[in-house]
Write a protein that binds this ligand. Structure first.
Ligand SMILES: [Zn+2]
Length: 196
């Protein structure tokens, strides 16, 4: 696994963060409590669970909404350990999707720190867009940008049957609510009918 991790072509600070998360070494609340540091509180996003690396990066509603913002099929397995989840993602994802995975993990942690330390809240869609922009900017300076693997919304669209309308929804779910929700309605000719 380690060889695969370190071969991912992303900014070194993102790889370094994932390496620390895999070694249960990011300073989330549970780790600080375990080290007998005086820290109060739960996960800063949902305030309902203990914050460990699996919860804050994968399982929390905020993290899930970040992952669901991508067209890539990021999955949520039954395991409750970050290392197991990350390894299973490495086994199913290919190419640029792995780069997005690593950069998004780092940016979810950045969003967590902005909230935890500075009370600044980002939306999941902002995190996902920032991940793409950040990765593309870095790749443009270092190699080739990512354009094909991820899209907002998914690229392929098919017309509905005759006399029916098709409604496409694009959004992110956080704390039980859709944020940045977009809806487009088209008819069987593919013509625009309405949007909200
Ligand atoms: Zn949470």
């Amino acid at each position: 696994m380690w060889r695969k991790v370190w071969s991912v072509h992303v900014p070194p600070k993102c790889l370094n963060f994932v390496w620390r998360a895999l070694n249960v070494a990011i300073p989330c609340v549970t780790l600080l409590k375990r080290r007998n540091l005086h820290v109060e509180g739960l996960c800063p996003f949902c305030h309902s669970s203990e914050e460990d690396e699996f919860h804050v990066l994968v399982y929390c509603d905020f993290a899930r909404a970040c992952w669901l913002s991508f067209a890539v099929g990021f999955r949520f397995s039954q395991c409750m350990r970050f290392r197991h989840w990350f390894t299973s993602m490495l086994n199913v994802l290919r190419g640029s999707d792995v780069q997005i995975l690593v950069v998004t993990l780092w940016l979810i942690w950045e969003a967590r720190n902005a909230l935890f330390w500075n009370d600044k809240r980002m939306t999941p869609l902002q995190v996902a867009r920032r991940a793409l922009n950040f990765l593309n900017s870095w790749l443009q300076a270092n190699s080739t940008p990512v354009t094909s693997a991820v899209s907002f919304p998914p690229e392929k669209w098919s017309k509905p049957p005759h006399s029916l309308l098709k409604l496409n929804v694009n959004g992110a779910l956080f704390d039980g609510l859709f944020v940045d929700l977009g809806i487009v309605v088209r008819d069987s000719l593919g013509s625009f009918v309405n949007a909200m």
